[in-house]
Write a protein that binds this ligand. Structure first.
Ligand SMILES: [Mn+2]
Length: 365
């Protein structure tokens, strides 16, 4: 295959090793499920790779995988990865030891099961083991051009689905049914699958930020909140829209309209603060101040979560925009900006977009 993968992989590896001190190998060990960093480094879009080991050194990736997955790996492999077929435990130990024995290695403590950790420690005898998670997280926060283009495409698909879902609103449809229709639209526009379980809330359910779609039926004057995402080449989008026009003419209308306008202003003021070099905490603080001080304080304390999180190969990619976030925003990070107001027993409004950080400011994807 071509060199573009090699370049992308080696710059990812370079970013990871730039924040590990003295580490010679990083092992991404899949258990029954796949460490997202496995996809991040290989770019594989097919295969489960249970029990496989991906060994990263400064200039190289080596994949130790079973007979079962070997052909799937070879089909997708590019010249940045060496694939070794493992046929038994003894060979696995030999291969691991030859890479790891006596060396300083990093493992992803946020993923690896203790059983695999101790297997590597005992069987491959590294000199030291440290946590590679902080380095992986830091590397993944800054996206390359390809990653940005995938997320941009995923966001465009979700926005298109948000624009056409309104025609499907009809009295009596359940949240579950509407969520399925949303996922169908999203797939028809090019999504490989939802980036997380689609959230659909009618009326009062919109006061619960992580409500799962239920059998509740849409009433004549209910607002509809949809929080959903698409995937393109494994990269995620995450977008929320609250459709309040349906409430027009109901007793709820005036209050929910004020809520909507306040959330919109809060999102605008957060995005104004999104810029390379600004602190990671400043966008949240701007949005929270806006919500707390609006309308003489009637929504004070009703914004009950962080402003946003980084999106990438995972929908929650590790970083966050919260009042406690330390450090600065950097060019080509992508965060959600998703302020909301939630009033129990009444309803809720959230507006969420995916924002690319540039030196000039935040760009909505
Ligand atoms: Mn989100």
């Amino acid at each position: 295959m071509n060199n573009q993968y090699k370049n992308a992989v080696s710059s990812k590896i370079k970013r990871i090793f730039s924040s590990t001190k003295g580490v010679e190998r990083i092992i991404i060990a899949n258990s029954n499920s796949m460490d997202p960093n496995f996809r991040y480094l290989t770019n594989f879009s097919s295969g489960l790779f249970e029990g496989s080991f991906l060994i990263a050194s400064k200039g190289h990736l080596k994949l130790l995988t079973s007979n079962l997955e070997y052909d799937t790996a070879v089909m997708q492999v590019h010249d940045a990865i060496e694939v070794v077929k493992i046929t038994g435990r003894e060979q696995l130990i030999k291969e691991l030891s030859s890479e790891v024995s006596g060396k300083a290695i990093g493992l992803n403590y946020s993923f690896i099961p203790y059983s695999i950790y101790s297997f590597i420690k005992k069987a491959a005898k590294p000199n030291t083991i440290t946590d590679a998670y902080p380095a992986l997280l830091l590397a993944r926060l800054v996206k390359d051009e390809k990653e940005i283009s995938y997320i941009r495409k995923a966001a465009a698909i979700t926005k298109k689905a948000m624009a056409s879902i309104e025609e499907r609103f009809r009295e009596g449809i359940t949240e579950e049914e509407l969520a399925l229709e949303f996922d169908g639209l999203s797939a028809s526009y090019g999504s490989s699958g939802p980036s997380f379980r689609t959230i659909v809330c009618f009326g009062q359910n919109a006061a619960l930020p992580h409500h799962f779609p239920s059998k509740r039926r849409l009433g004549d004057k209910d607002e509809v909140l949809i929080d959903a995402g698409a995937t393109v080449n494994g990269y995620c989008s995450d977008i929320t829209r609250t459709f309040i026009e349906r409430c027009r003419g109901s007793p709820k209308w005036e209050r929910i309209k004020i809520m909507y306008d306040t959330v919109k202003e809060a999102q605008d003021s957060a995005i104004d603060k999104i810029k390379a070099g600004n602190t990671l905490s400043s966008p949240h603080i701007a949005a929270e101040n806006m919500i707390n001080s609006a309308e003489g304080g009637i929504f004070k304390g009703k914004f009950i979560h962080s402003l946003g999180h980084s999106v990438g190969i995972e929908v929650h990619d590790g970083g966050s925009l919260s009042p406690n976030s330390k450090g600065e925003m950097e060019e080509n990070m992508i965060f959600t900006a998703e302020p909301g107001i939630y009033i129990k027993g009444f309803g809720g409004v959230r507006i969420e977009d995916d924002i690319l950080i540039t030196p000039k400011g935040g760009v909505k994807l």
